[in-house]
Design a protein around this ligand. Sequence first.
Ligand code: P1T
Length: 383
Amino acid sequence: MKEMKFETKVIHVGGEPDPTTGAIMPPIYQTSTYVQSSPGEHKGYEYTRSHNPTRSRLEECLASLENAKHCLVTASGLSASSLIMHMLPKGSKILCGDDVYGGTYRLFSKVFPEIHDYKFVDTTDLKNLEKEIESFKPALIWLETPTNPLLKISDIAAISKLAKKSNSLVVVDNTFMSPFFQNPLDLGADIVLHSMTKFINGHSDVVGGAVMMNSSELRDKLFFYQNAIGPCQSPFDSWLVLRGIKTLAVRMKAHEQNAIKIADFLESHPKVERVVYPGLKSHPQHDLAKKQMKGFGGMITFFLKGGIDESRRFLENVKLFSLAESLGGVESLVDHPAIMTHASIPKAVREQLGIYDNLIRLSVGIEDQEDLIQDLQTAFSMV
Ligand code: P1T
């Protein structure tokens, strides 16, 4: 059979009917252990921290969506990031994009500096990045693209080329695009990482992470740490993601359609200072976005005219957009990064990056777009 398209893979890869009963939905193997017929003789499953058939189905599906040979599903996005850090030899150098999720920044600036050496740089500036790679000689380059929350876009193919010359690994956190809109391994990255808590699951009811890669050596190293440290996802949560992921393609299209309309609306609104959305011509890396992404996604960042008081009034008056951390669910969310998701970044660093008190991040859901625009309109009128 010809290679299946994305829309087919999300439903059928890992979604084969149960061979024992014919159940069209995969069983939840809610078990911690597996019976052996003789010591060491088993059916490939010994203990759920190491392997679980429900989780294996999800891993198979996710690997196919990122055109990867391997996938490991973890308990959260950050536990997936931690596994990658544990895998590196002590004292490794990591060059990380300067604008990343606040929790990633905290992990790399407060937890792992005891083991490794981190440098945060603007990875959208290729010339400067090339110099940094030459002088810092990183073992690993960490890209989040588009970034959270400023939606900056790094050139995955060009950076992967530079990295190959210096034998650095490239990791791409692809959470904002999901495998539907961007496939970093196809562009030369070594590992792609997702917080499955977001678009992949899509229903705001699971925390999870995943890493995909083509190298069996990398997979085996990461699996060793996954098994040794223990951040495995529960069978029930893996099953929920298997359920949620079936609609990933239709959801991503709907998120994007709404986001395009809302970005246009915001760009013409008198109370908005600036809108950042990869699909807008005004986005500084719009051409790169068109080249390396298959769509622009459902995340929008904008700057309100004013400061914290105006932001508070806006955020207290939206109704359909719920004020909450996280993103990527079917329901629209709004976030104030400086106080919420990126509070762990020191104020001075935040402001250097442009994460001011008037910056607001939208995770545009799949509700009716006129209802969403009306909701924003009402909140603006209260500012
Ligand atoms: O929350 P967790 O599943 O551990 O994923 C961490 C993570 C990793 N990478 C990116 C790009 C992320 O956005 C996140 C989590 N982000 C939020 C909770 C947020 O509201 O931005």
